[in-house]
Every structure is written in structure tokens, then in C-alpha cells.
Design a protein around this ligand. Structure first.
Ligand SMILES: CC(C)(COP(=O)(O)OP(=O)(O)OC[C@H]1O[C@@H](n2cnc3c(N)ncnc32)[C@H](O)[C@@H]1OP(=O)(O)O)[C@@H](O)C(=O)NCCC(=O)NCCS
Length: 155
């Protein structure tokens, strides 16, 4: 598939593939550029990601354009639902349909595993992401509050 750069009009092949550990540094730098809140000393550390992708519950995909990682999505399966995490598209590639394509791909992977509910958590200060998920058919359940208990703040 090709992806248009809306800024300079160029179009290049974008390959969607499984994440490899060799992508780790590029992925962290992409998440920083996208201002995605992530946990480099907790669940997003090199060691934790390496362990996670070895297990049965993670599907970690990247979009690669000319050797550069321009998109990520991490699907996690809790046995009941497929969760979408760490969705990020390179700023100069946003609004070109790549985010939607990555979500569709992770949904297809979830469906193949028999899952029927796909979900994500979006922070209050991210209206763009809320708009995006609404646009692709997700509904905001305003009756739910997210509670968590952490062994330490960086987890
Ligand atoms: C949210 C994000 C993943 C969307 O990816 P994308 O590739 O830009 O999304 P798409 O191009 O597939 O967008 C599809 C539609 O969603 C809506 N949409 C996407 N981003 C939007 C925004 N910032 N504001 C309003 N609507 C938006 C639009 O209707 C868009 O269609 P259009 O461009 O034809 O108007 C991307 O903006 C991003 O990486 N943001 C920074 C990281 C982040 O917030 N991740 C999500 C954490 S929960």
C-alpha cells in the first residue's frame, strides 16, 4: 500500500509488519515525537517489550516507509477483549488514513482470535484521538472510570 504525505504530496510504499526489537529505538523516538505518554522505565522498557512480544497476548505492528517506522499499534488480548495501545502515526503522516488502516489490521487479527470487543483508553486531554476513534466506529462509554493500582509510578 502507498501512503501520501499531505505536506509535500509525495507517495511512498508503506509496509505493515510485526515489530522487531531492532525497531525499538525508532519506536521510542516516534512515540516522543507524537507526544504519546509511554513508560520507558516500566511496561515500555526494552526488556518488558521483548518479553511481551514473546508471549501469546501481544500483537505489535509497525508501519514502515523507506526503512523508517512511521506508525505503531500494540494490540493486547486479555482473554475477553482486544485492547488497542500505543497507536501513533508520524506527525507528517497523520490525516492520511494510516491510523485507520493500522486499527483495521489489528481488529482483523483480534477477529481471527475469536474476539468480539475491541477497546482503547484515551486520555482526557486528547480530543484528536477521541475524534479519530469515533470516526472509525468506537463509542465513548462515559459511565466508566479507569481505576488502577501501580507498584511504582513509572509502571
Ligand atoms: C490519533 C492518530 C493515531 C490518528 O492517526 P491518523 O493516521 O492521523 O488517522 P486517519 O488519517 O486514519 O484519520 C481518520 C479520520 O479520523 C478523524 N481524525 C483523525 N485525527 C483527527 C484529529 N486530530 N482531529 C479530528 N479528527 C481526527 C478524521 O475524521 C480523519 O479523517 P479525515 O482526515 O479524512 O478528516 C494520530 O493523530 C496520532 O498518532 N496522534 C498522536 C498519538 C496519539 O494521540 N495516539 C492515540 C493515543 S489513544
Amino acid at each position: 500500500m502507498t501512503q501520501a504525505n499531505k505536506k509535500d504530496g509525495t507517495e511512498h510504499e508503506v509496509l505493515m509488519r510485526d515489530f522487531r526489537m531492532a525497531d525499538y529505538d525508532q519506536v521510542i523516538s516516534l512515540w516522543s515525537r507524537c507526544l504519546l505518554p509511554f513508560r520507558p522505565n516500566g511496561r515500555d522498557s526494552r526488556e518488558r517489550i521483548a518479553a511481551e512480544i514473546e508471549g501469546p497476548s501481544a500483537i505489535f505492528l509497525v508501519a514502515e516507509e523507506r526503512g523508517r517506522v512511521v506508525g505503531t499499534i500494540l494490540g493486547t488480548i486479555d482473554g475477553r477483549k482486544g485492547w488497542i495501545n500505543r497507536l501513533a502515526i508520524e506527525p507528517d503522516r497523520q490525516r492520511g488514513g494510516l491510523g485507520s488502516r493500522m486499527v483495521l489490521e489489528i481488529e482483523a487479527r483480534f477477529k481471527r482470535k475469536g474476539l468480539e470487543v475491541f477497546a482503547c483508553l484515551i486520555e482526557d486531554h486528547n480530543p484528536g484521538s477521541m475524534r479519530f476513534f469515533e470516526e472509525i466506529g468506537y463509542k465513548d462509554d462515559r459511565t466508566v472510570h479507569y481505576y488502577s493500582k501501580r507498584r511504582n509510578e513509572g509502571s
